[in-house]
Design a binder for this molecule. Structure first.
Ligand code: GDD
Length: 681
């Protein structure tokens, strides 16, 4: 999938909200580009990454007396790997609509080899379990779960947790277009791929909501949405004194959240629920109420608003439903929030009066709120329903008996508190002999401590793979001065965007391919008349002779994918002339200690930054250490928390100036070992 990567973003306290981003392609093919690569205007997420989220996503389908054909259509739109959770409040009297829904779902699951959950909101066992486990606020005066889509959603969230999923999405079951349903879920999965925070939310704005009145008319906004967004934005603007229209999805029924976030929100009863979710996020984490949850405040809440390609077509339920059941609670939750200032409140009162939702002079009624589901004792809830849970599963008994783990948030793998980025030539490897012997003890200790050792070198993939093999290093590696990052396939526990696969590695490509580099080099040669000799122009023997590498290593050094090594000879002025020629031909260059590397668009620093982000996403906070010897290491060293510089063969330090740089008084691997031995203990 590909989504546009432009538009505004607002930060409100620890909450980050994206302005609506348009989906550009629902299927964006197999040749990938990535955000990581720095394509600023679009962002692509691979099919594999989407699937990975879908396997961790539960889709809650609230249903109250919907047409069974439409209901079935909605089921067909939900991707196979998602767990469907139907929460029904359909009638059970003269016609048992709930039973029909169970039958449709069972047949569907049987035919498609899927599992699902279905339960009735008025099931008295559920009500008792909720009461016993400390969540009576959801019950009515008869002691059953109250009527309302919102109450159904909360049940859905609880069941999603019991089934061990990490994300929950909501889809109404009155949607006439299965393709639109499929698209919503794909948006959710894309969102959770690109939002780094564990507390994240995706909200959908439809591009069109068609109305049929003689001819089909593709309307941009529903009336309730338009009004709710207006006052929501007014409240934020009034509070911050900066006008904004960032909120486009205040009451979006189609939305999804990480369960870590869903557990922490206050929910409104009835149809004010989606607006209240946003209010709850801003109140708790947007600096309006005192922060009670440090972890969320630190990691931040991220909200992505996306715009669909498919139109949204569903059953219309009349003016009374729109105004009294939807607009009134939606505006009421804004009105009664500390987010709303005096002017916003006055305007809301006027709007509700003009729309006939309240009488002149009447106060805006308060919509009751339900506490965060986190309040509920999940183990107790599961225990109270032990016998009933298999009955909610389709096929009966399958899901909850075998898989329900209770809620244990997915554990983060043991965190490496540190990550080491190391240059090879002249640093881990001796500048003259290429020996790494002096590093071995320290390297082993780092490995025993579980500190990832990331090679970040001008060396090619084949050269680095040979050293990885010899040294038993299994971490990602950065080739050709940041030309690409090679990441072992199962190294990180979450999906990320990459450009291509190579053997067991997922590769993020940052530089231009060798073919393009060669073309530019040729242009530089023609325009300058200089030889600009590169490894590609030399035989293996010549490279071996020039570098001191063995024939085998020289052969690997020639296998360049994203850069070319240039042997620039002559005096200072001649070398400068050559470098100018490279620049004029659109090439960047960097001095690697003995030779120059020509490339385009990449440097070690960019690659280190991307990889550090991935480590942080995977492990939470990490401290990065970097070590190098020459000018081409500067961007890497500038990017890490603890930069070290070792001496070159001539016993001088490269002219790198960085505030935290520690200069080690020893050459190459000796310096490496001396600098890093403290990390290794
Ligand atoms: N479980 C359960 N319990 N489901 C319910 C209940 C209930 O009491 N009431 C309604 N539903 C189901 C419906 O069957 C439908 O699938 C979904 O909830 C939405 O209800 P509608 O009554 O069709 O809502 P709407 O289409 O007017 O409004 C939708 O869009 C709004 C934004 O424009 C809803 O998603 C709203 O929540 C949303 O704000």
């Amino acid at each position: 999938m590909r989504i546009e990567n432009t538009g505004t973003t607002e930060h409100i306290g620890s909450v980050k909200i994206s302005g609506t981003r348009r989906m550009l392609e629902l299927d964006s093919g197999s040749v990938t580009t990535t955000t990581a690569r720095g394509k600023p205007e679009t962002e692509k997420v691979s099919l594999e990454a989407i699937r990975n989220i879908e396997q961790r996503l539960a889709i809650v389908l609230p249903c109250k007396n919907e047409d069974l054909k439409v209901f079935e259509g909605v089921l067909s739109g939900i991707p196979h790997d998602c767990l469907m959770i139907v929460i029904s409040n359909s009638s059970r009297e003269s016609i048992d609509s709930f039973k029909r829904e169970q039958e449709v779902l069972s047949r569907f699951c049987h035919d498609t080899q899927r599992e699902a959950l279905i339960l009735h909101q008025k099931d008295s066992f559920i009500a008792r379990a909720l009461e016993d486990s400390g969540y009576p606020e959801i019950l009515d005066d008869k002691g059953l779960v109250r009527n309302g889509k919102s109450e159904g959603m909360i049940l859905g969230i609880i069941m999603a947790i019991l089934s061990g999923r990490e994300y929950v999405g909501f889809i109404d079951t009155d949607n006439y277009i299965p393709g639109a349903v499929l698209e919503y879920v794909k948006h959710y999965a894309l969102g959770f791929n690109i939002l780094p925070s564990p507390y994240s939310m995706v909200r959908i704005q439809w591009r069109y909501k068609p109305k049929v009145s003689g001819e089909i008319y593709f309307k941009r906004w529903g009336r309730v949405s338009e009004i709710t967004n207006r006052y929501f934005n007014h409240a934020i603007s009034e509070r911050s004194n900066f006008e904004t229209d960032i909120i486009r999805t205040a009451n979006a029924g189609e939305h999804a959240m990480s369960l870590d976030l869903a557990l922490r929100l206050h929910y409104a009863t009835g149809y004010g629920v989606e607006t209240q979710e946003l209010i709850s996020i801003l109140e708790q984490y947007g600096g309006i109420l005192p922060v009670t949850d440090r972890d969320v405040a630190e990691k931040g809440v991220e909200i992505l608003q996306t715009e669909t390609i498919n139109p949204h077509l569903h059953k219309e339920k009349g003016e009374e439903h729109l105004l009294k059941e939807m607009l009134l609670p939606s505006l009421s939750v804004i009105y009664h929030s500390p987010l709303a200032g005096e002017t916003t409140r006055q305007l809301i009162t006027r709007e509700l009066t003009e729309q006939g939702c309240i009488n002149e002079g009447e106060l805006v009624p308060e919509t009751p709120l339900m506490p965060p589901p986190m309040k509920l004792d999940m183990e107790k809830f599961k225990g109270s329903l032990e016998e009933r849970l298999p009955l909610y599963s389709v096929p009966s008994g399958v899901i909850l008996t075998s898989k329900a783990p209770g809620f244990t948030p997915p554990p983060r793998p043991e965190a490496p508190v540190r990550v080491l980025f190391t240059d090879l030539d002249g640093t881990l490897l001796h500048p003259v002999t290429y020996s790494y012997v002096a590093c071995l003890d320290t390297l082993r200790s780092l490995q025993e401590k579980g500190i990832p050792v990331v090679f970040c070198s001008a060396k090619t993939r084949s050269e680095q793979m040979a050293y990885r093999e010899e040294l038993g290093v299994k971490d990602p590696f950065i080739v050709e001065n940041g030309g690409a990052i090679y990441i072992p396939r199962d190294y990180f526990r979450f999906p990320f965007a990459y450009d291509f696969e190579y053997e067991d590695y997922l590769v993020i490509e940052l530089g231009l391919r060798f073919k393009e580099i060669s073309l530019r080099l040729e242009k530089a040669r023609q325009e300058s008349g200089l030889p600009l000799t590169g490894f590609a122009d030399m035989s293996i023997e010549e490279v071996a002779l020039k570098t001191g590498l063995s024939l085998k290593s020289a052969e690997m050094a020639k296998q360049r994918e994203f850069s070319e090594t240039l042997v620039l000879e002559g005096d200072r002025q001649q070398v400068q002339q050559a470098l100018n020629a490279l620049k004029n031909a659109g090439l960047d260059y960097v001095f690697g200690g003995r030779f120059y590397e020509a490339m385009a668009g990449n440097d070690k620093g960019k690659a280190v930054k991307i990889l550090t982000e991935l480590y942080k996403l995977n492990y939470g906070e990490v401290v990065t250490t970097g070590i190098g010897d020459s000018e081409n290491d500067q961007p890497m060293l500038a990017e890490v928390d603890e930069p070290y510089l070792v001496l070159k063969a001539d016993k001088h330090w490269a002219g790198i100036k960085l505030p935290r740089l520690k200069k080690i008084k020893a050459v190459g691997p000796e310096g490496w070992s001396r600098a890093l031995k403290d990390l290794a203990v």
